[in-house]
Ligand binder design. Structure first.
Ligand SMILES: [Zn+2]
Length: 376
């Protein structure tokens, strides 16, 4: 397909200049409505799920009502930025790049979805059942829209995620999972000079035990990293600390590491309680790893053929960041991520979109969708 890049950039300017962080449900809905209107014009079925006050609308569009979908396209319309950010750095462009809020994460990807589905040949549109989701709350882990996504993930074969990848055109079929926690350990304060005689119980000593245990997961070889990001404890050198609080963030390639970390936490709680401590789990949560399955690897052969046919690079990369693909993959579909046009520095005010990636990346995803119709 030939992307009308000027139209693309004009629409991108419109979308980028709408504040759509979580503090702005109306902005999220406005971006969703932009797409809803376009798809309504195309004659697609449009569903708007009002998730206020938590977040804005989740917008779902589909070319027909079906029990089963061949492919889901997904992108998120929210950004990580606070209200008013678009005033500070409105959309602008130079010869190579464009800049602005969410220009790379990921209003460009959402727009790419629209341009692809608008351009689909009639026979492809007839053969394939297609659903596209404009997620309103990905940047906070999709707590409110996940059920809507899963409803479709359960009944579709493939999911194409339009997050940005890298400028070399690499796609993603593997993303690390994450388990994070915020935990407080309560001991008993006392005099540092009478630790054996008194009834003091150092929360820091127990915390050190926990941290060492958790750090045993840290392994470059297995692709598991353990970060203890926050530690808060103690007030005075000569006082046995009563409370120790810490936050951790563990990332891993293998899904079962998440369960092992959970088991380890349970064991640590038992250890603490046996020692007379009390433990408060303030927060403990996680996102599963996106792990390629046999089905994924088999499909990659096909993706490679499509890439070769159109002269697009076929590069697979592992990524550490999370996306909708992590959660959706648990529901069974083959997930291919990083299909959107790309640039760099997402989540920062240096973010940019490389204009030269709009055409090739959009066309590659378009070709992948057309290819799905070939077997039908
Ligand atoms: Zn994103």
């Amino acid at each position: 397909m030939k992307v009308d890049v000027e139209r693309f950039l004009w629409e991108l300017e419109l979308l980028v200049n709408i504040d759509s962080g979580q503090c702005n449900p109306d902005g999220i809905t406005a971006v969703g409505d932009f797409f809803a209107d376009r798809f309504a014009d195309l004659g697609w079925i449009v569903e708007k799920y009002d998730l206020r006050p938590h977040t804005g609308n989740c917008t779902v569009v589909k070319n027909r009502e079906a029990d089963h979908y061949d492919v889901m396209l997904i992108g998120h319309v929210d950004t990580v930025f606070a209200a008013g950010e678009t005033q500070k750095r409105p959309f602008r462009r130079d010869e190579k790049n464009c800049y602005g809020v969410g220009v790379i994460d990921m209003k460009q990807g959402c727009l790419s979805m629209l341009h692809i589905l608008e351009a689909l040949p009639v026979d492809v549109n007839e053969k394939l059942n297609i659903v596209a989701i404009f997620n309103p709350d990905e940047e906070i882990g999709s707590p409110y829209s996940a059920d809507i996504q899963f409803r479709y993930a359960d009944i579709c074969d493939k999911v194409f995620v339009f997050e940005a990848g890298s400028e070399d055109g690499a796609i993603t079929i593997q993303r690390k999972g994450q388990t994070s926690g915020n935990i407080a350990i309560y001991g008993c304060a006392g005099h540092a000079g009478y630790m054996f005689e008194g009834k003091s119980l150092s929360a820091v000593k127990e915390l050190v035990y926990w941290i060492n245990k958790l750090d045993e997961f840290h392994s470059q070889e297995l692709g598991t990293s353990v970060n203890i990001g926050v530690i808060q404890a103690g007030e005075k050198r000569n006082v046995v600390p009563e409370v120790a609080r810490f936050e951790f963030d563990i990332r891993y390639e293998k899904r079962d590491v998440g369960e092992q970390v959970r088991d380890c936490i349970d064991e640590l709680i038992r250890h603490a309680e046996a020692g007379g401590y009390r433990v408060e789990v303030i927060k403990l949560g996680g996102t599963p790893a996106l792990e390629p399955t046999e089905k994924t690897w088999a499909y990659m052969e096909r993706v490679k053929q499509v890439a070769e046919r159109i002269g697009h690079p076929f590069i697979l990369k592992k990524r550490g960041g999370l996306s909708d693909a992590n959660r959706i993959s648990l529901h069974g579909p083959i997930c291919v991520d990083s299909l959107g046009p790309t640039g760099d520095f997402d989540h920062s005010d240096r973010e940019y979109l490389a204009i030269s990636t709009i055409q090739p990346h959009t066309n590659f995803a378009y070709e992948l969708i057309c290819d799905l119709a070939r077997d039908k």
